[in-house]
Design a protein around this ligand. Structure first.
Ligand code: DHB
Length: 460
């Protein structure tokens, strides 16, 4: 729905506009005030997508404290529900099968919660034009963040302690919020929407299975899965295999140019065959995850790619090819920028009148459709969707803390991708907690106790 141009939307937080609610977790009642469907821009393009839900522990209206926080100091947890770069709705507190979702968890820990809805790649206006193509999702998240900063003095919670959270495409945009804070690249878009004139940076980022760094992700995917020439999701032609080889061959140069290093300063490189310290580094994360699972008593017998130390029984290596065969590919070569220009990501980089576009030169050159000219109209938009372009940039305010998870059973992107982004942040001196939980597939919010322990730790 498009907003009525004559309607006047205020961006001042209205503390009186709430409903009292409560939910019970572990026999403990959690009381909170719900401020729902709060528009975060004055001139929305789509009022059904550009709003957020805000939840505040009831105690903060009675001078109370929760978990050591008060109305001034409470962190603001900012989860999105973006999936597949599609339109997303704001979260609500839910307890399902006795399991609280992240909103309830956050409230129980005394956080204020601000969950924005966002536009996504399939949103259309009444005239049929697309209104949620890139960079709409990050513009909306930044507009919501600006609302929180602009209202910091009247709204409970501390806008200097915003922690974003998301899974998959949502994890990607969570990272992007962390990296691209206050970048002027987004200002024209924010101004057009009538966003609050305020900061857009956040304090910390949580990202599960981030499908990010999209313009490098095709190469990384083939570095991982080049040897997987058939899977139950993909059947590959000779042409696909040749394209896989080409993408894989491009990856070492990409990685080497990043000049990443590990936590003790070793340079992370790949030779032309894709072997070297970077590969060993990626393997070390998987080995560490396997050892952690083994220590917990997990049966690892089906994971025949694990290489054990004969004496101690600990896992010391993985057979890389066997590991990737075990996980298997879920996408054909051109996993993100598909040569047939029909992936979700191609759809993300459409324009108001073009549904799908290529966004890498390589895919455009190898296009298999009858319209090889379909290339992203404004290449700047591709850079604006990639946190790698903002991490370390003096023109952005980067978050100081990053928690990144990518399960070892997930093949939605290469495991290299989240590790590259996290390692870049770490190399810049930010605090990064990065892991590849063992045998975890494409999912998020599966370790909320640990997530909120991490947040408490970095906030307090
Ligand atoms: C998501 C999954 C993908 O495989 C992808 O390419 C993009 C997004 C998701 O689950 O959000």
């Amino acid at each position: 729905m498009q907003a009525d141009a004559s309607s006047k939307i205020s961006l001042a937080f209205d503390v009186k506009n709430y409903e009292s609610m409560s939910t019970t977790v572990d026999n403990k009642e959690i009381k909170y005030r719900a401020f729902e469907y709060i528009p975060y821009v004055a001139n929305p393009i789509d009022i059904d997508q550009q709003y957020m839900n805000i939840y505040v522990p009831e105690e903060y209206f009675n001078n109370g404290t929760v978990n050591g926080y008060n109305t001034q100091t409470a962190p603001i947890f900012m989860p999105n529900t973006v999936g597949g770069y599609m339109p997303s709705q704001a979260m609500t507190p839910k307890v399902e099968n006795g399991k609280p979702n992240s909103v309830v968890y956050a409230l129980a820990r005394g956080y204020v919660v601000a969950s924005p809805a966002t536009r996504g790649r399939t949103n259309k206006a009444s005239d049929g034009n697309f209104i949620g193509k890139a960079p709409a999702v990050i513009v909306d998240l930044q507009a919501a963040t600006a609302y929180l900063h602009a209202n910091d003095s009247t709204m409970p919670g501390n806008a200097n302690r915003i922690i974003t959270n998301g899974t998959s495409a949502g994890g990607a945009v969570s990272l992007l919020q962390g990296a691209a804070g206050n970048s002027s690249d987004f200002q024209p878009y924010l101004q057009a929407l009538g966003a609050a004139t305020a900061a857009t940076n956040v304090y910390a980022v949580s990202a599960y299975a981030p499908i990010t760094n999209l313009d490098a992700a095709d190469m990384a995917y083939e570095w991982s899965y080049n040897g997987v020439t058939s899977s139950n999701k993909v059947s590959m032609s000779h042409d696909d295999m040749a394209y896989s080889n080409l993408l894989k061959e491009h990856f070492p140069e990409y990685v080497n140019n990043l000049q990443l290093h590990d936590s003790v300063g070793r340079v992370l490189k790949l030779d032309k065959n894709g072997n070297g310290t970077f590969k060993n580094y990626v393997k070390e994360f998987i080995v560490a995850a396997a050892n952690k699972a083994q220590a917990k008593g997990t049966d690892l017998s089906k994971h025949t790619y694990l290489v054990r130390d004969n004496k101690t029984g600990t896992i010391k290596d993985i057979n890389w090819e066997a590991y990737n065969q075990f996980v298997s590919r879920s996408k054909a070569p051109g996993a993100f920028d598909s040569r047939s220009n029909d992936s979700g990501e191609n759809n993300l980089f459409g324009t108001s009148t073009t549904d799908n576009n290529h966004f890498t030169i390589t895919a455009a050159l190898h296009d298999t459709t009858s319209n090889p000219e379909a290339y992203v109209q404004n290449a700047k938009v591709v850079t604006m969707m990639n946190p790698m372009n903002y991490l370390g940039s003096p023109a952005a305010t980067n978050a100081q803390f990053y928690r990144i998870r990518y399960g070892t059973a997930d093949s939605n992107t290469s495991v290299a991708i989240p590790l590259i982004v996290g390692t870049r942040a770490q190399n810049l001196g930010y605090k990064v907690d990065m892991a590849t939980p063992f045998d975890v597939n494409h999912s998020g919010d599966y370790d909320l106790d640990e997530l909120f322990n991490w947040i408490d730790n970095i906030v307090k």
